[in-house]
Design a protein around this ligand. Structure first.
Ligand code: F0G
Length: 399
């Protein structure tokens, strides 16, 4: 089956084995292919299989992800995350991936492609989850990983995880957007393979979040899919996944996407409010460090995703994020702050009447609760009480 790269701006085509992240015109690239499998029963059979690549929630859909010999696939495996139903809402928990975030779905594909292209060193800029995921997959593939993170703005757990898997960590004096510009330059000058979501192979893997959740719902599309938005890789991937699922006939209606940003890191929301007439670049600040991004690289692809699905972009404050996080944690599910932007967004979109009470809504929780323990300790400070080892002290503390 043939696959190629297409520029989403000028439609120019490139060979799939060419190392490039953008078109000569500057446009973003997309992996395209001749045809997709029509019959979803293939995916059902694989889901029940014990073979590693079949049990991967990414490679189960391999004909629509990347055409590559099975023995070349670098997989943990990943995906096959749970879909929870709580209080009338559905939550697809991508924090249940091997390194605790949805990034593993894109990384298995990008690192597989890196190996195929003969790369020795792989790199990314990151707010901590992409770096953890890259470090793990690079370790498995025997590649050197170099990560560019904003100094002192990544949670301790994510930084520790990235180091533990063996990546070289460059703490950039600047924010994520500065680190992103630097890693782009480094990939051009130093011949390092870049695996941020500007890399179209990442998008191919992340599409499977949508396909797996549609499979969870027996291919009955929900009304809404809600996702936190930072660098806009996921919003882009979700739009592409829905377009392809419709084209292949896997679903008969298209859910609307709702991309939720933190109000202090809201360039995409600002553009949406302006009917996408212009791109915004801001200096970002939010408690949800995962999405502390002011100049998202996948902007153009994400605009296409919102337009294609008749979607919306909403913003929520840090207080709304942390309150929604406490709600999700109290359901016994839990997630990191950025993921909770989804539920905060649902509350807001319901209040404004954009989302109806009877709509079927799936929120994608992007990262595991333990990814950011600092944020938890700050919001529950009063509930952890040090006492003397005496029964009277226990009684007093519980009173
Ligand atoms: N949620 C979490 C937990 C994330 O880590 C990220 C992005 C997002 C949401 C936003 O997704 O960028 O596709 O719009 N984290 C990146 C990282 C930037 O480096 O880990 P997006």
């Amino acid at each position: 089956m043939s696959e190629w790269l297409t520029c989403i701006t000028c439609n120019r085509r490139y060979d799939i084995s060419e190392i490039r992240y953008t078109c000569e015109c500057g446009g973003l690239l997309s992996v395209e292919r001749d045809q997709l499998p029509r019959d979803t029963s293939l995916f059902e059979r694989r889901r029940a299989s014990r073979k590693t690549i079949d049990s991967s929630g990414v490679w189960r859909f391999r004909e629509a992800v990347l055409s590559v010999p099975e023995e070349q696939i670098v997989t943990h495996p990943e995906g096959s995350t749970r879909l929870y139903e709580r209080e009338g809402l559905l939550f697809k928990h991508e924090g249940e991936n091997p390194t605790g975030s949805f990034k593993d779905r894109g990384m298995t594909v990008a690192v597989t492609q890196a190996v195929r292209l003969g790369a020795r060193v792989v790199a990314c800029a990151s707010t901590g989850n992409t770096s953890s995921s890259l470090a793990a997959y690079a370790a498995q593939a025997g590649l050197r990983a170099v990560v560019f993170v904003p100094a002192r703005k990544v949670s301790a757990g994510k930084l520790a995880q990235t180091l533990a898997y063996g990546a070289t960590c460059l703490q950039i004096r600047g924010d994520f957007d500065t680190a992103m510009r630097l890693v782009l330059e480094a990939s051009k000058h130093l011949g390092i393979y870049l695996v941020n979501s500007i890399n179209p192979f990442r998008i191919e893997g992340q599409k499977t979040i949508i396909w797996e959740l549609l499979q969870d719902l027996e291919w009955n599309a929900p009304d809404w899919i809600v996702v936190p938005a930072g660098n806009l890789g996921n919003t882009s991937a979700f739009g592409k996944a829905l377009r392809e699922a419709r084209q292949a006939g896997w679903i008969s209606t298209t859910p609307r996407l709702a991309s939720i940003q933190a109000s202090g890191a809201n360039p995409f929301y600002r553009s949406f409010r302006d009917s996408f007439t212009g791109r915004h670049r801001i200096t970002a600040e939010t408690i949800a460090t995962a999405i502390r991004i002011g100049d998202p690289v996948s902007y153009d692809r994400a605009v296409a995703a919102i337009r294609y699905t008749g979607g919306v972009v909403e913003q929520v404050t840090d207080d709304e994020i942390m309150s929604a996080k406490r709600e999700i944690d109290a359901m016994g599910i839990g997630c990191e702050p950025a993921s909770a932007a989804t539920l905060a967004g649902v509350h807001k979109l319901r209040a404004s009447g954009v989302m109806r009470k009877e709509d079927r809504v799936v929120s994608v929780l992007t990262g595991h609760l333990l990814k950011d323990t600092d944020a938890i300790m700050k919001s529950h400070a009063g509930r952890s009480i040090e006492i003397e080892p005496a029964i009277e002290a226990v009684e007093k503390a519980l009173a």
